[in-house]
Design a protein around this ligand. Structure first.
Ligand code: A3P
Length: 325
């Protein structure tokens, strides 16, 4: 833990002392900060964000709990928003689309892993282009602290908890800090069900955005990974309209929606050089961001009793809200 926390500000170290902590997945500890579990470095970044971020009405924030399709949502939103400047197929000068040479995390920065990481205070007011597009895993209540946040648009991508768990388990075991023991599926499952997962409990993360999307549908769009996999076209139409960049009938006829879906598809993205060999987020090789990209892979891992246990938790925590999978 000392290695992970050595470079934190003294202010952050002070805060950590007062927080409940549990064994972490990829770091020695997760801390319960403002009601959710996160790593020490994330807490420092979130505190900096909360202190310094000034929203603009035109801002767009892509939100998710980790392993829910964040990378995919960044790619799709970037392609939609920038399609005038960056035509999907290739412009008349033959320049490749940015998504063919950059990882989505390079094009849409995380607030907490990039912009406000390592005690940085970015000069975001100098970004002239609108909309500014950011991404985050911060739960809604901790994101929406200032009234100015009420005007921005938020897209939340949500994935069924069974697949999100399996995806997290694979991913976090790969990224585990040196010297930490591997986490077995059973141990990880217990932690997940107890809510001890980055930015979890997962049900609270989902419900925060879900309830807000019901209250303010023009400001918060709630999409599901699983639905998008099944019917990308209608979900892309929804997304584009919400973002303020609807597809024209002409574009629909030309197949622009299908072109975006293909450009951002798991299969296409996984085989790009930048996604095989690059590194876009500190300590994470891009290749780990592309594993299987399927719905239902959990059947290969979870025992019947695990399925039953997680189903019960989902029923208990989510059913009354109307959110289902
Ligand atoms: P699996 O581990 O189930 O394969 P995140 O981007 O939030 O970290 O989510 C990662 C999950 O999304 C991984 O799921 C990953 O394979 C999948 N993924 C990455 N890129 C994708 C894409 N373009 N389309 C669909 N799924 C994608």
């Amino acid at each position: 833990a000392d290695e992970e926390e050595k470079h934190l500000s003294s202010e952050c170290k002070e805060v950590l002392l007062s927080l409940p902590k549990e064994r972490g997945w990829r770091t020695a500890f997760l801390y319960k900060f403002q009601g959710y579990w996160c790593q020490a470095k994330e807490i420092q970044a979130i505190m900096a964000f909360q202190k310094h971020f000034k929203a603009k009405d035109t801002d767009i924030i892509l939100a998710s709990i980790p392993k829910s399709g964040t990378t995919w949502m960044k790619a799709l939103s970037f392609a939609i928003i920038n399609r005038k400047n960056f035509p999907i197929i290739s412009d008349h000068h033959g320049h490749p689309h940015p998504l063919l040479t950059s990882n989505p995390h390079d094009l849409v920065p995380f607030l907490e892993y990039k912009l406000y990481a390592n005690n940085q205070i970015p000069e975001l007011s100098q970004i002239a282009d609108e909309p500014r597009v950011f991404a985050t895993h911060i739960p809604f209540a901790s994101l929406n602290l200032l009234p100015s946040m009420n005007n921005i648009k938020i897209v939340y991508i949500c994935r069924n908890p069974f697949d999100t768990f399996i995806s997290s388990w694979h991913f976090l075991n790969k990224l585990r800090s040196q010297g930490l023991p591997e986490i077995s599926l059973e141990e990880a499952f217990k932690m997940y069900c107890d809510g001890v997962i980055g930015f979890g409990p997962f049900w609270e993360h989902m419900l925060g955005y879900w309830n807000e999307s019901l209250k303010r549908p023009n400001n918060v769009l709630f999409l599901k990974y699983d639905d998008m996999k099944q019917d990308i076209v209608s979900n892309l139409k929804k997304l584009a309209s919400f973002l303020g960049f609807p597809f024209s009938p002409e574009e629909e006829k030309q197949g622009v929606i299908q072109d975006i879906a293909k450009l951002c598809s798991f299969e296409e993205m996984k085989k790009l050089d930048v996604n095989k060999n690059g590194k876009s987020i500190k300590d994470i090789e891009n290749k780990y961001l592309f594993r299987k990209g399927e719905v239902g892979d959990w059947v290969n891992y979870l025992s019947p009793s695990m399925v039953k246990q997680l189903s019960l938790i989902m029923e208990e925590k989510l059913d009354a809200s109307g959110l289902s999978f």
